[in-house]
Design a protein around this ligand. Structure first.
Ligand SMILES: O=C(CO)[C@@H](O)[C@@H](O)COP(=O)(O)O
Length: 232
């Protein structure tokens, strides 16, 4: 039995949710789960179809992207996960997909505007979009630079990774995270659904105004923080 069995199971379950929720096709995408005390995370092996995955096939990697345990090559996006785990210390899970609507917004290099209360139930700002990567970074350590592309955009935009747990990487696709891999999967599904609604909204009406601040606050506060009165 591996010392990392718990995160292998969590990473496996998170990965298996992605095709189930319609967030990935074939091998597009990956999920990981971290063990902060051990300084490692478990991630999907690269290019293995979801139906062939097992917990044992998850690869254990440290926060510098080095394989610690596993016989298979880890996800091609492993270094992006490693950069985010290393610098954003409260993250316990990360998901990357090429889900259709999220990716369409990323390819359009547009943040997803906050048009309605579904969006405001989850976050109080537009879902950010990092600008496309510069050529020298593409030619360098590409996946590692993707991690910095995400972090730099958060810094420049004055966003907190603890409050906004998702981003579109311009030209590329969405990344989401959370305290657990399960929450990162949830955020990935929220991003896709909110992106789908926003795109349809713009098709119905070209000049949709941003949601009123009072409604943003009302809906966010209903579900989060001291004023929450949502659920049991
Ligand atoms: O970003 C991409 C492809 O552009 C990858 O996330 C995707 O194909 C998944 O690759 P892995 O199987 O995780 O190596």
């Amino acid at each position: 039995m591996s010392n990392y069995q718990e995160i292998k199971e969590k990473a496996y379950l998170a990965n298996m949710q992605l095709p189930k929720l319609g967030l990935v096709l074939f091998t597009f995408g990956n999920a990981s789960s971290a063990d902060r005390a051990a300084g490692v995370f478990a991630i999907k092996p690269s290019g293995v179809p979801y139906e062939e995955l097992t917990p044992e096939k998850m690869v254990i990697v440290d926060f510098d992207g080095n394989t610690v345990e596993g016989t298979m090559r880890p996800s091609s996006d492993t270094k992006t996960h490693a950069v985010l785990y290393k610098h954003w210390e409260e993250i316990g899970g990360i998901v990357h997909t090429h889900s259709t609507y999220g990716t369409a917004w990323a390819q359009s290099q547009r943040a997803i505007p906050i048009y309605g209360t579904t969006h405001a139930d989850h976050l109080t700002v537009a879902i950010p979009c990092a600008p496309p990567m510069q050529d020298d970074m593409i030619e360098g350590n590409y996946e590692y630079e993707t991690g910095f592309q995400i972090m730099n955009h958060f810094k420049q935009a004055g966003l907190s990774y603890k409050e906004v747990e998702m981003i579109l990487v311009g030209n590329h696709a969405p990344f989401t995270w959370g305290k657990t891999a399960e929450k990162a999967v949830y955020n990935s599904a929220v991003l896709e659904e909110v992106g789908r609604m926003a795109m349809l909204t713009e098709q119905i009406r070209k000049d949709v105004p941003k949601l009123k601040d009072a409604l943003i606050k009302k809906h966010y506060d209903r579900k989060h923080g001291a004023d929450s009165y949502y659920g049991q």
